[in-house]
Every structure is written in structure tokens, then in C-alpha cells.
Design a binder for this molecule. Structure first.
Ligand SMILES: Cc1cc2nc3c(=O)[nH]c(=O)nc-3n(C[C@H](O)[C@H](O)[C@H](O)COP(=O)(O)OP(=O)(O)OC[C@H]3O[C@@H](n4cnc5c(N)ncnc54)[C@H](O)[C@@H]3O)c2cc1C
Length: 400
């Protein structure tokens, strides 16, 4: 029986493990953390991400994970409202989901198959190659270093992927001129969804999250966090409050002292030149680290797994694994996914260029964009493009 070793129990690794194990393929999922809550992770599921759970037969299990479905959305420019949308009845409504809760649910569901094994606290440090193929990994565990062998190694170990590095798979870096500062505050009653506030070359995204607090993501020009931090949290929140709607600004100032530890997400975006090598596949952020624009990372990672399962299940289901057929399946996964990942990464690269520039033309262009966004016909047109972020670009259907 084929054995697949998946490195990293993020959304990509945990969902692929669930899919393969429930189709009779032996799966070992190796995760360096013992506890999923130890690393902050993205938590916005777009309808395209929710649909993956539906296709996996896990809609009810997902509903049991702490979450908050956005009820409205608002855009403010220079402190003035540009538009407000009620989302109550919209199928295109994003949901903030506890990612640690979602991952625990996925590995628990995978564990209902006798073909699934999870190794927590095992950090992969090297890939093992023999005869031009990847045949396993070395992992540091509490019992010391171990060798784990498999017919296929899947690197789903995120944006700092050790598997990618150790296998020598190189990536093209995509320009991301921003960083994001994250912190949480108590949520005002009138925020029932998401607020985007643009002003002074900054963007603040503020949304009610699954634990009913207000998650703030302040988009700043890359490299300017040190200067902000040196000013202290109260002044830092004050600076943020200057660029948002007056009521939200007052709320931020009142609760500045309650801000949890703000931390910096140094954003990056890249895409490996090849997602696979003989015996090895990369998926999720390990293959293509997504810019935070449009909250795509989790959703694209989940969509990778459906396509990967469609190709891997037939290639791994015979009595013995045919390496040539398997490697062709790996290349087919990349070809199919790049039809979506490539265009979405290009689309993500555009807004920060206008939003964050400190060039002389930045402010007039931002004002013009704000005025245009006030016109419903233009919003409808742009909404068509934004649908790519909520619903995806290609047809991704589980076929196995
Ligand atoms: C602050 C922040 C906010 C974000 N917000 C959003 C958002 O709102 N919406 C959205 O869609 N995306 C968001 N993202 C991006 C999103 O979290 C990622 O794109 C998504 O989690 C990628 O899933 P993945 O499974 O590929 O990788 P990851 O979620 O990164 O999972 C990788 C897993 O591999 C494990 N691992 C790493 N190295 C090793 C190793 N050597 N050995 C064993 N295990 C290893 C890690 O512990 C981790 O569990 C955000 C990211 C960050 C950092």
C-alpha cells in the first residue's frame, strides 16, 4: 500500500492528510508544534474555502469550530465613509474561523481513518534522496533524530518551508512593499463585520473575529515597524486612530491600553519555479506564499489539496506505486493550480502599489479611487474582480 509523508499540519497538510487517509492511502502527518495554538495563523475563510469543507464532507464539523460570519462591510477614506454593504443574505460572506480549532478538527477527522498517523513535535530538517528521488525526510523529535521514509513526501510546511529549501526548489519573489501589524482589542457593538480604513498611506483592516474581539491589521510600509514600536503602543494606536472613522478612532484611543501584544507580519509573496521533484510535491504556502491582500492564503492552500487529491489518489491506489505515473501526477497538479495561483498573485500585487506609495501622486490617486468607489456602477464592476478573491478563479471540484 502506498505511503505518503506530509510535512506540516496547516490547512494544506491537514486537509490533504484527511482526504488521502480516508481513501485508503497510508498517511503520516509530521508537525513540528505540539499545539496548533502556538503560532498565529490566518483565520478568514472565503466562500471558496468553506466550499472545500463542504466537498470534503466536513461542513457540519466546520460549523462546530468557533467562528463569526461577517454581517456587514464598510470602506472609509480619510475618515469618511465611502460605502457600506449589508452581507447578511449574501452567499459571498467571509467567515472568521479559529484556525487552531479548524486544524484540531481536521486531524481528529483524519484520525477516524486507520490509515492516518500524526506525529506532533517532529521538525523536519532534511530530505533524503536516493537514485535521484526523494524517498523520505529526517526529523528532530523529542526522542532524537529519526528517518521517515515514504513513496511520496509532500511539503506543506508553510512560508519558511524547510522541505522547499532542503530539496533545492527555488522561488521567484514577488514584490510586497508592506508589512502588517496585528493586535486585538475589545470589539465595539456596531462592528458586525469588516471595516477597511484608508488614509495617509495606511490601510487598517478591522474585523470582528471568532472570539468576539476586534482583530486589527494595520498595513504599513515595509521596514517602518521599528520606528512605530519605538513610539510605544499608545502613540502607535493613536496614529492608527487618526486615519479611521471618528467613532472607531475614539474606540481605539479608549482601549489602546488593552491592546494585546502587537506583532509584525513581515509579508512576502513568492512562487516556486517548480512545485515538484521526483518523489516530492509542495503545496500551500510552501509552494506559493500568498500576499495578505484579499485574505487568500488559507483558501488557496485548501483548494490546492482538492486538486492534489484528484491526481494523487489514482496515482497511488495500485498494488505498487509507479514512479513515472506518480511524477506525472505531481506535474499535473502544478499545471492545474497555476491557472489560478498565478493570476491571483498578480491581482494581489496591484492595490498596495497605490495604497502605500509616498510618491507625490499617491494622495491624489487615492482620493480619486475613493471618489470612484462611491459610484455604485464602478463598485459593481470592481466587485466582479473581487469575486476572484471570494470564489476563486478556476473550477476546483473534488473528484475522488
Ligand atoms: C499574521 C497572518 C495573518 C494571516 N491572515 C490570513 C487571512 O486572514 N486569510 C487567509 O486566507 N490567510 C491568511 N494568512 C495566510 C495563511 O495563514 C497561510 O497562507 C495559510 O495558513 C497557509 O497554509 P499552509 O497549510 O500552506 O501553511 P501553514 O498554515 O503555514 O502551515 C504550515 C505548518 O507546517 C508546520 N511546519 C513548519 N516547518 C515545519 C517543519 N520543518 N517540520 C514539521 N512541521 C513544520 C508549521 O508548524 C505549520 O503548522 C495569514 C498569515 C499570517 C502569518
Amino acid at each position: 500500500m502506498a505511503h505518503v509523508l506530509i510535512v506540516g499540519a496547516g490547512p494544506a497538510g491537514a486537509s490533504l492528510a484527511y482526504l488521502l487517509a480516508h481513501r485508503g492511502i497510508e498517511v503520516t502527518l509530521v508537525e513540528r508544534q505540539r499545539d496548533f495554538a502556538r503560532e498565529f495563523r490566518g483565520e478568514i475563510l472565503m466562500p471558496s474555502g468553506v466550499a472545500v469543507f463542504e466537498q470534503m464532507g466536513l461542513a457540519a464539523a466546520l460549523a462546530s469550530v468557533p467562528s463569526y460570519r461577517f454581517r456587514d462591510g464598510e470602506l472609509h477614506l480619510g475618515g469618511r465613509p465611502v460605502f457600506h454593504v449589508e452581507l447578511d443574505d449574501s452567499p459571498a460572506t467571509p467567515v472568521a474561523v479559529s484556525q487552531p480549532g479548524m486544524l484540531e478538527m481536521l486531524v481528529a477527522e483524519a484520525g477516524k481513518s486507520a490509515h492516518f498517523r500524526l506525529e506532533r513535535g517532529a521538525a523536519v530538517s532534511a530530505v533524503i534522496e536516493e537514485g535521484g528521488r526523494v524517498v523520505g525526510v529526517r526529523a528532530r523529535t523529542e526522542e532524537g533524530e529519526r528517518e521517515l521514509r515514504a513513496d511520496l513526501v509532500v511539503g506543506a510546511d508553510g512560508r519558511g518551508s524547510a522541505v522547499r529549501k532542503k530539496a533545492g526548489l527555488t522561488a521567484r519573489n514577488l514584490d510586497t512593499p508592506m508589512d502588517i501589524v496585528w493586535c486585538k482589542l475589545p470589539c465595539p457593538d456596531d462592528v458586525r463585520g469588516v471595516r477597511f480604513c484608508i488614509g495617509g498611506g495606511h490601510l487598517l483592516a478591522a474585523y470582528r473575529t471568532y472570539d468576539q474581539s476586534l482583530q486589527l491589521g494595520w498595513v504599513i510600509l515595509k521596514g517602518t515597524f521599528g520606528e512605530l514600536r519605538s513610539r510605544g503602543i499608545e502613540q502607535w494606536v493613536d496614529e492608527m486612530a487618526n486615519h479611521v472613522a471618528p467613532e472607531l478612532g475614539a474606540h481605539l484611543r479608549t482601549h489602546a491600553g488593552a491592546a494585546g501584544h502587537p506583532f509584525l507580519l513581515s509579508t512576502r509573496a513568492d512562487c516556486v519555479e517548480s512545485w515538484s521533484a521526483p518523489g516530492l510535491l509542495l503545496i500551500g504556502d510552501a509552494a506559493h506564499t500568498m500576499s495578505p491582500v484579499g485574505g487568500q492564503g488559507v483558501n488557496i492552500a485548501l483548494r490546492d489539496t482538492l486538486v492534489a487529491a484528484n491526481h494523487l489518489v489514482p496515482a497511488l491506489s495500485g498494488a505498487a506505486v509507479d514512479p513515472t505515473r506518480l511524477d506525472a501526477a505531481l506535474r499535473a497538479i502544478e499545471a492545474e493550480r497555476m491557472r489560478e495561483v498565478g493570476p491571483i498573485q498578480r491581482l494581489q500585487a496591484q492595490p498596495p502599489k497605490v495604497l502605500l506609495t509616498r510618491s507625490w501622486w499617491g494622495e491624489p490617486v487615492r482620493r480619486a479611487v475613493g471618489a470612484l468607489l462611491g459610484v455604485e456602477a464602478i463598485r459593481t464592476r470592481l466587485g466582479g474582480r473581487a469575486n476572484v478573491f471570494t470564489s476563486g478563479l478556476t473550477d476546483v471540484t473534488l473528484q475522488v
